[in-house]
Design a protein around this ligand. Structure first.
Ligand code: UD2
Ligand code: MN
Length: 586
């Protein structure tokens, strides 16, 4: 069966975690440890009413009680500078329990100031860049459904504290029909008594799902630029200026910040080495992935902090000129709850004349959670259905590959996409082939870029065995094994020999570690590097699959277990004879 996870989740990028910083005991014990109070640049508190009525006084008391209860939990200095914190003992156990429900460490989050500082994770070169005094204004739109209190409030404060007041027009919160008690009156009162008036709250009367919730927020917004954020983010220093500057230069540029990782368990704000980051790709099964910046793009952008073209975006954090958002087709409001809208917008923007760029000097942290701590009404695979809508509207004939990887969606009821097709006509958008050729030329197209593809089978014994990913994580090196061939289409057994001589799956390629002298060697699958070398293979007329640099042959006999794939000295044996399902040419 397919590994595509029901409801899915978005993986973290491969940012390096920061150096392990010593967590000082004093901080753990809660002393202030000389940490400066955060600078709150932007607060204009509401004026208290001149003559409070008894109702007002009671309301105020209720609010203070709630807020003070929260503030009592906070340990001063904890997690400041984005440092990791590990809870121990009873509290640690409790935190682990709570994580099973919340998908992140809420116990710890409640102990960290909602105004905490984060490490400046930017490339040092960013400090040499200049931004205009006169930039468009921004509406920051934060949607949420049943988000926990402290990460939501921290997201809001991080935006207020680290955005220039003159550009931050407003923050539009959109409550997507939450039923968590604390997001009710308490949140209303927090807005009233604690937050500056530029923070607005829209309450949706029924569950919209993230796509329609963002549309509702966008309709409220009045700033020149819309900036969308998830409800568990922390904006970094000067995150907003580079986005606004680039949109001022190019109004059809849709921008993403570098998304820094906030650890779901220690709440450490990873800051890597400032320079390394990835951009967005996709898999044919319709999932977002992180990919390396192509060499061509590194040359084109000129500077490591220049706007970096990205084939797709993760989806949650992006900036777009407000009118352009509507012109270019906003979102497909037929998409439900979660998933698919990010690839839809990415393909649409590129195909219809815009650009999608990562702005390296803008950085925002995000808590990557391994599951969704909210319900999916009707328990539908909304990611699958939304992605089918996307494929039908935008992928032309390449949707064949989407359905090859997701056969169960071929007959699915994804609704009516005629409006999206009309939009595409009206905007005279280019083809998906244009997108692949021009925006994502390195994308491997299973049936076009290969000499042979399908299952890779050996029939030395019955039943036949095939290459199979054994449901292992494709990111771990020994993720290929052998398994009884499936008679149904299953992407876990897709293999191909590419025109470049790679023995590969979608993103990973077979290679043999260079250890000369060994008679047999285990084959591992790692990210394709496209430079042949130890990833080069060829097929022979006799069905051998030869690893070119070592001159060894794939062999099913020399295996410790079914789990492994080996090469051995080439010989005329049936255990070295392999067959692909399809051959394009030989
Ligand atoms: C990623 C995106 C997310 C979205 C998704 C694809 C990042 C960092 N995150 O998933 O924004 O593009 O991919 O669809 O790029 N929400 C609602 N109503 C719902 C469901 C979710 O308001 O019915 C909110 C939720 O509270 C959160 C945001 O939408 O603020 C995104 O949800 P998520 O954090 O569960 O998604 P994530 O980060 O796994
Ligand atoms: Mn998120």
């Amino acid at each position: 069966p397919d590994k595509a996870k029901f409801h899915g989740h978005t993986d973290k990028p491969d940012h390096l975690p920061g150096p392990i910083l010593e967590v000082s005991n004093r901080i753990e014990q809660g002393e202030a440890a000389g940490i400066p109070a955060p600078v709150l640049q932007n607060i204009q508190p509401h004026k208290p009413p001149n003559l409070p009525s008894p109702q007002d006084a009671a309301e105020r008391m209720r609010a203070e009680m709630w807020f003070q209860e929260d503030e009592r939990k906070v340990v001063r200095g904890l997690g400041e500078g984005g440092k990791m914190v590990k809870l121990s003992g009873e509290e640690g156990k409790l935190a682990e329990e709570v994580m099973k429900k919340e998908a992140f460490n809420l116990i710890l989050s409640d102990k960290i100031s909602v105004n905490r500082s984060v490490p400046d994770s930017r490339d040092p070169l960013c400090k040499t860049l200049h931004y205009d005094q006169d930039l468009p204004t921004a509406s920051v739109i934060i949607i949420f459904t049943n988000e926990a209190w402290s990460p939501l409030i921290r997201t809001i404060w991080s935006v207020i504290n680290r955005s220039p007041p003159r550009f931050l027009k407003e923050i539009v919160l959109v409550d997507d029909f939450s039923d968590r008690a604390e997001l009710g009156e308490k949140l209303d009162l927090y807005l009233k008594y604690r937050l500056p008036p530029l923070v607005k709250l829209v309450r949706l009367k029924e569950r919209h799902g993230l796509i329609r919730a963002r549309l509702a927020g966008a309709r409220e917004a009045v700033g020149d630029v819309l900036i969308f954020l998830d409800s568990h983010c922390e904006a970094n220093d000067m995150w907003m200026e580079p986005l606004l500057q680039r949109i001022k230069e190019s109004r059809s540029a849709v921008l993403v910040p570098i998304i820094d990782v906030i650890d779901d368990s220690t709440l450490e704000y990873y800051h890597g080495n400032g320079r390394y980051f990835q951009v967005g790709g996709f898999t044919w099964s319709g999932h977002f992935t992180w990919i390396e910046i192509s060499e061509k793009e590194q040359r084109r952008r000129g500077s490591p902090v220049g706007p970096t073209r990205s084939p797709t975006m993760a989806g949650g954090l992006f900036a777009i000129e407000r009118n352009y958002f509507w012109e270019i087709g906003s979102y497909d409001d037929g998409m439900d709850v979660w998933g698919g809208e990010n690839l839809e917008m990415s393909f649409r923007v590129w195909m219809c004349g815009g650009t999608l760029e990562t702005i390296p000097c803008s950085r925002v942290g995000h808590i990557f959670r391994s599951f969704h701590p909210y319900t999916f009404p009707g328990n539908k695979d909304t990611h699958g259905l939304n992605t089918a809508r996307m494929a039908e509207a935008w992928m032309d004939d390449y949707k064949r590959l989407f359905y090859l990887y997701r056969p169960e969606l071929q007959q699915a009821d994804y609704g009516d996409v005629s409006e999206r097709r009309e939009l595409r006509n009206r905007l005279q958008c280019k083809s998906f082939k244009w997108y692949l050729d021009n925006v994502y030329p390195q994308k491997f197209i299973l049936d076009e870029d290969s000499v042979a593809f399908g299952r890779l089978r050996n029939n030395a014994t019955k039943p036949d065995i095939c290459f199979d990913n054994l449901q292992r994580n494709e990111k771990s090196p020994y993720n290929m094994g052998l398994y009884t061939c499936h008679s149904f289409t299953s992407s876990s057994q897709f293999m191909s020999l590419s025109k470049n001589g790679e023995l590969r799956r979608e993103e990973v390629c077979a290679e043999v570690p260079p250890t000369p002298g060994m008679p047999t060697q285990r084959v591992r699958m790692v990210r394709c590097h496209g430079r042949r070398g130890n990833q080069e293979w060829y097929l022979t007329q006799t069905g051998h699959v030869v690893h070119k640099p070592s001159n060894k042959c794939l062999d099913r006999a020399y295996k410790q277990s079914m789990d492994d794939v080996f090469v051995a000295d080439c010989a005329n044996t049936i255990t070295q004879q392999w067959l692909f399902d399809h051959y394009n040419s030989l």
